[in-house]
Write a protein that binds this ligand. Structure first.
Ligand code: NAP
Length: 254
């Protein structure tokens, strides 16, 4: 039985949710965070009913440093010391070009996707460094490789995530800590609903093409955490077959 402990941020939906289920099946004990605690509660219940692992959750808002601290305090108090952090919580709001950009959208995007992943990494690193073992899996994006119109703040945030993974890999060299970046193209989750604010608009994003599923990305997380300890997968770029890059998507006629 795998007795490693994984902390997963943004486990109430999408990639984080699927990753929790997959790692539970692999025998990981789990500590799950997000703002929607009702969803976390039902996920924990579901995992406990189907897998012989420990699973706990706690409210987490990665934009709030006190919330991050409370999340950490609770996890350590419950003896759920992290072997793995899946630094996944993230979002985007809107598709406005810079000229019409909303200051409050930029704040939310950058505070969640950049400050949030930094806060979470800082929370677990002292423990991992002392133990000389650990792994942080960042969920980046193709938007961290190619910037597209209407995505300035989001692309900036994911280029930022890429920079953080590069810096961190150098900073922890010699500690046995592994640092991974998994960078998907289009994945059908609640991501587009959060971005566009309506289910109809979100459905249109995937019209005529086959996007990735959250499970496809969770498979990559499962892969990187199950490599031997001397193997660090630096980056995985995972795209739908129907998507060539951040700009080109093949759609079949209706
Ligand atoms: N879907 C895509 O096409 C795509 C492509 C490339 C990369 N990604 C990245 O994949 C990651 C997961 O997104 P997803 O596609 O799974 O979208 P999703 O279904 O909307 O899930 C996002 C998760 O992040 C959590 N979250 C958002 N803000 C948070 C905050 N302030 N504090 C704590 N948790 C927060 C949400 O939980 P609560 O709302 O309950 O807090 C939710 O669990 C993100 O980093 C995203 O940028 C997605």
């Amino acid at each position: 039985m795998n007795r490693r402990i994984a902390w997963i941020t943004g486990a109430s939906s999408g990639i984080g949710y699927s990753t929790a289920k997959k790692l539970a099946k692999q025998g990981f004990d789990l500590y799950l965070g997000a703002r929607r605690v009702d969803r976390l509660d039902s996920l924990v219940k579901d995992i406990k009913n189907s897998c012989d692992v420990r699973a706990l959750s706690h409210e987490l808002d990665v934009t709030d440093k006190d919330s991050v601290q409370k999340f950490g305090d609770f996890g350590f108090a419950k003896q759920l010391q992290p072997d793995v952090l899946v630094n996944n919580a993230g979002l985007v709001k809107g598709i406005d070009p810079v000229v019409n950009g909303q200051e409050q959208d930029w704040d939310i995007i950058l505070n969640t996707n950049v400050m949030g992943v930094l806060r979470m990494a800082k929370l677990v690193l002292p423990y991992m460094i002392e133990k000389k073992n650990g792994q942080i899996v960042f969920i980046g994006s193709i938007a961290g490789h190619q910037a597209y119109a209407g995505g300035s703040a989001y692309c900036a945030s994911k280029f930022g995530v890429k920079a953080i993974t590069r810096s961190l890999k150098q900073e922890v060299l010699g500690t046995n800590i592994r640092v991974n970046s998994i960078d998907p193209g289009m994945v059908e989750t609640e991501f587009s609903l959060v971005r566009l604010g309506s289910q109809e608009k979100a459905d249109n994003v995937y019209k005529g093409m086959t996007p990735l599923t959250a499970d496809d990305v969770a498979d990559c997380v499962e892969f990187v955490v199950n490599r031997p300890r001397h193997v660090n997968i630096d980056d995985i770029v995972i795209m739908p077959t129907d998507q060539a890059n951040a700009f080109m998507v093949h759609r079949s006629e209706p």
